[in-house]
Design a protein around this ligand. Structure first.
Ligand SMILES: Cc1cc2nc3c(=O)[nH]c(=O)nc-3n(C[C@H](O)[C@H](O)[C@H](O)COP(=O)(O)OP(=O)(O)OC[C@H]3O[C@@H](n4cnc5c(N)ncnc54)[C@H](O)[C@@H]3O)c2cc1C
Length: 357
C-alpha cells in the first residue's frame, strides 16, 4: 500500500488524512502540538453551506455555539446590513472541530504522531504539507512564497451584542489598513473581537482603534497570528522521487475578503488526499473547482483595500442605492461569489438601474 505523510493535524491535515485513507493510502500524520485544536487561532465562523460541503468528514451540528443570521458592515461611517430569516452561518467550537476531525482520521486508520515537529525528516514519498500559514514543508521544498499576509489580533471579551445573531465588520483603511475589524458573538454574553491589517502595518494600532470604537477599556492580552491573503503560484510538485502537495493555509487556500480558510482549505485537502501520488492532478482539480471563487474574493479584497475611507463610504451609499443589501440578504453566498452573479443578479441590476425588468 502506498504511504502518505501528512504534516499538521489542523482541519486541512486531518481531512487530507481521511481522504487519503479512503483512497487506499497508508497514512501517518505528524503534529507538533500534543493534541489537535491548540492553540485556537480562529473566530469559528463558518457558512452553513460550507459546513455542509464537509459533511463526509464532519457533523458540524455537534459543534455549533451560535447561529448567525447576517452581518452589519460599516464602511467607515456608512452602515450596510445583510440579514436572513434563518441561519446563514454558525459560530462553532473550532477546537472541538479540530479534535473531532483528528479523531476521525485516527479511527479510520491514520497513525497520529502528536508532539512531533517535522523539519526535514519527511517519512514517505508522498507528502501533504498542511502545516499552516508559515508552512515549513513549503519552505523546505522551495515552493513560491505567499506574497500578502494579514497580521491579526483577537480576544474573547464579555459583551452583550444588540443582536447576538448578527456579526459586525468594520472596514476602514485608515484604521484597519488592508483588512478589517470584527465582532463575532459567541453567545448572549461574550464575543470574539478581532482586527486584521495587511502586513507590514501594525495590528496593535488597529486593536486600539477597535477597543476605542467599542468603548472597551480593559481586556485580556489579544492573541496574534497571521492569515495568508493569496494562494501560492504552485501548490504541488514532484521533488526528486517525492510528490509534495500543500493544502489549507499552507497553500494559501483562503478567502482574501475575510481570511476564512477552514472551508476552502478543507475542500482542497480532500482533493489532496485523493491525489497524493499525482501533484499535477491535484493542482488542476482544486483550481478548477475553487479557483474562480477564490480569485473573486481576491478581486473584491483588492478593490476594497485600495480605497480611501471617503471612497468606501461613497461606495457603500452607491450599493445601498442599488438595493444590494436586499439582494445579498436573499441571494448572498459567504463562500462562493460566483453563485451570486447569475441571472438573479443581472435582473436585480437591470431593475434597479433602469427599471427595465
Ligand atoms: C484571528 C483569526 C480568525 C480566523 N477566523 C476564521 C473563521 O472564523 N473562519 C474560518 O474559516 N477561518 C478563520 N481563520 C482562518 C483559519 O483559522 C485557517 O484558515 C485554518 O486554521 C487553516 O487550517 P489548516 O489546517 O490549513 O492550518 P492550521 O489550522 O494552522 O493547522 C496547521 C497545523 O500544523 C501544525 N504544524 C505546523 N508546522 C508543523 C511542523 N513543522 N510539524 C508538525 N506540525 C506542524 C500546527 O501545529 C497546526 O496544528 C481565522 C484565522 C485567524 C488568524
Amino acid at each position: 500500500m502506498a504511504k502518505v505523510h501528512v504534516i499538521g493535524a489542523g482541519p486541512a491535515g486531518s481531512i487530507a488524512a481521511v481522504s487519503a485513507i479512503r483512497s487506499g493510502f497508508e497514512v501517518t500524520v505528524s503534529e507538533e502540538h500534543q493534541g489537535a485544536g491548540m492553540p485556537r487561532n480562529c473566530s469559528g465562523l463558518f457558512s452553513k453551506d460550507g459546513l455542509e460541503s464537509l459533511s463526509k468528514f464532519l457533523d458540524y451540528r455537534k459543534h455549533v455555539l451560535n447561529p448567525i443570521m447576517g452581518a452589519r458592515i460599516s464602511f467607515d461611517n456608512e452602515l450596510f446590513s445583510v440579514k436572513r430569516k434563518g441561519p446563514v452561518a454558525f459560530v462553532c467550537d473550532r477546537s472541538g472541530i479540530d479534535r473531532a476531525l483528528a479523531r476521525l482520521a485516527e479511527s479510520e486508520g491514520a497513525k497520529m504522531n502528536f508532539g512531533e515537529r517535522i523539519t526535514s525528516s519527511f517519512q514517505s514519498g508522498n507528502i501533504i504539507g498542511a502545516d499552516g500559514p508559515l508552512s515549513l514543508t513549503a519552505r523546505h521544498f522551495g515552493f513560491p512564497q505567499i506574497k500578502k499576509h494579514a497580521g491579526t489580533l483577537q480576544a474573547q471579551i464579555p459583551y452583550v451584542a444588540e443582536d447576538p445573531h448578527m456579526i459586525e465588520m468594520h472596514i476602514s483603511n485608515s484604521r484597519f489598513p488592508g483588512f478589517f475589524a470584527w465582532v463575532i458573538p459567541q453567545n448572549e454574553t461574550c464575543a470574539e473581537f478581532g482586527v486584521g491589517v495587511e502586513l507590514p502595518h501594525r495590528p496593535i494600532l488597529a486593536w486600539n482603534h477597535l477597543m476605542k470604537l467599542k468603548g472597551i477599556e480593559k481586556t485580556q492580552k489579544p492573541r496574534g497570528f497571521v492569515i495568508p491573503l493569496s494562494p501560492r503560484k504552485c501548490t504541488a510538485k514532484r521533488h526528486g522521487a517525492k510528490n509534495v502537495l500543500l493544502a489549507g493555509d499552507a497553500a494559501g487556500q483562503v478567502k482574501s475578503t475575510t481570511g476564512g480558510g477552514v472551508i476552502f482549505g478543507g475542500m482542497c485537502a480532500a482533493i489532496a488526499g485523493r491525489h497524493a501520488e499525482n501533484p499535477g492532478r491535484y493542482e488542476f482539480e482544486w483550481r478548477l473547482r475553487h479557483g474562480a471563487d477564490l480569485a473573486l474574493h481576491r478581486m473584491i479584497h483588492s478593490f476594497i483595500s485600495s480605497r480611501s475611507d471617503a471612497q468606501l463610504s461613497a461606495f457603500c451609499r452607491r450599493i445601498k442605492k442599488l438595493n444590494l443589501d436586499s439582494y445579498l440578504s436573499h441571494h448572498g453566498h459567504m463562500d462562493r461569489p460566483t453563485k451570486m452573479m447569475g441571472p438573479h443578479f443581472v435582473a436585480h441590476m437591470l431593475r434597479n438601474i433602469w427599471g427595465v425588468v
